[in-house]
Design a protein around this ligand. Structure first.
Ligand SMILES: O=C(O)CCC(=O)C(=O)O
Ligand SMILES: [Fe+2]
Length: 355
């Protein structure tokens, strides 16, 4: 094995297997470093809202709808029960993800996110996109795949092993889409917009990315982030978190709060797109992932974004004299381009869209 410089793009899994302290490129600035250890699941008393999706809309609304409104206005995220995705499918998604990351490195490299071992492309397997030499890298590997529109899938990057990977991902995509639409309708109702206002923004060219995150154990969890603090550039993200190992934290009133692990519960978080469309009523939460010395962790995120060519801006119905426009209307693809740059620097893209 070469020196650190000789393997700038080694996947984190290899670094973790060596068991050495994280190379300097992964070490967070002293003032940013995580504290504590997340090896055990967070206790379910952190206050992170839990919402039953069966009870958030229509005539059953009421209390649960109020809970959802409060969650989206203050936290920007919630744990979702009542999603009606079969538990067996959620387990399968985790099983095929784990099986993929357990493959020998050479096998996984068939799906690499590097062109000629150097330049990063959007999709594929590998580590954090390196945008500059001074970027602090995340202690995680990922497989990033476009899943919608179906016609734009790059199947060459969809693992063939384990054999059921593609089928399971396809089914998960379909199920999550149903859940996403349900939540988007409930949110439109809460904002007193037409019920289909958000759903109709997601036309046939709207994009969904699946990101499989793999966080190897780390000998110095106090020095690195699994994913550095960020907010998502999506409109909404549906996350299937590891059911045993915690690590996700959300920034709330200036404090980092552990998101509890509750088996078969999804974590729904809004992205900058929804903060913009709701003219700031709903929040896109800043969150991060911390690692631990004992256990690896997995998660699968589904990012819902609009057609890259489509304009993203506050709903007209949410702008008036009392609530002036807070965000400019921007093209989705321009927003995402800014996001990739700012993410690498640990900054927020949404500031760029502020009026
Ligand atoms: O792994 C997690 O819990 C969160 C992942 C995340 O924030 C992301 O992929 O954007
Ligand atoms: Fe995220």
């Amino acid at each position: 094995m070469g020196e650190e410089t000789g393997r700038k793009h080694a996947v984190v899994q290899q670094l973790a297997a060596d068991g050495r302290d994280p190379p300097s490129r992964y070490v967070a600035r002293e003032e940013d470093r995580p504290i504590g250890d997340s090896s055990s699941p967070a206790p379910p008393r952190s206050g992170v809202p839990v919402v039953d999706l069966r009870r958030v809309s229509g005539s059953d609304g009421g209390d649960e709808a109020d809970k959802l409104r409060a969650a989206l206005r203050s936290w920007g995220l919630f744990l979702a029960t009542g999603h009606e995705i079969p538990e067996a499918l959620l387990d399968e998604v985790m099983n095929v993800s784990r099986a993929f990351f357990c493959l020998p490195i050479e096998e996984k490299q068939k799906y690499t996110n590097l062109i000629d071992g150097k330049e990063f492309k959007l999709e594929g397997y590998g580590n954090d996109r390196v945008a500059s030499d001074d970027q602090i890298l995340d202690w995680s590997d990922r497989l990033y795949l476009l899943v919608q529109p179906e016609g734009q899938r790059n199947l060459a990057l969809w693992p063939e092993t384990p054999a059921s990977f593609r089928e399971v991902l396809h089914e998960f995509t379909t199920q999550c889409k149903r859940v996403a639409n349900h939540i988007l309708r409930a949110m439109a109702e809460l904002l007193e917009l037409d019920e289909d206002y958000f759903v109709s923004q997601f036309d046939e060219k709207a994009i969904t990315f699946a990101r499989f995150n793999y966080y190897p154990q780390c000998s110095r969890p106090d020095l690195v982030f699994g994913i550095k603090p960020h907010s998502d550039g999506s409109v909404m993200t549906i996350l299937l978190p590891d059911k045993d190992v915690g690590g996700l934290q959300v920034l709330r009133d200036g404090e980092w709060v552990d998101v509890p692990t509750i088996p078969h519960t999804l974590l729904v978080n809004l992205g900058d797109g929804m903060e913009i469309m709701s003219n700031g009523t709903f929040k896109s939460p800043v969150h991060r992932v911390v690692t631990n010395a004992g256990k690896e962790r997995l998660s699968v995120a589904m990012f819902y974004a609009l057609d890259p060519e489509r304009e993203l801006g506050p709903a007209a119905g949410l702008i008036d004299e009392e609530r002036p426009r807070l965000y400019k209307t921007v093209k989705t693809k321009d927003y995402l381009a800014v996001l990739f740059e700012t993410f690498a620097k640990g900054k927020r893209a949404i500031d760029w869209a502020k009026v």
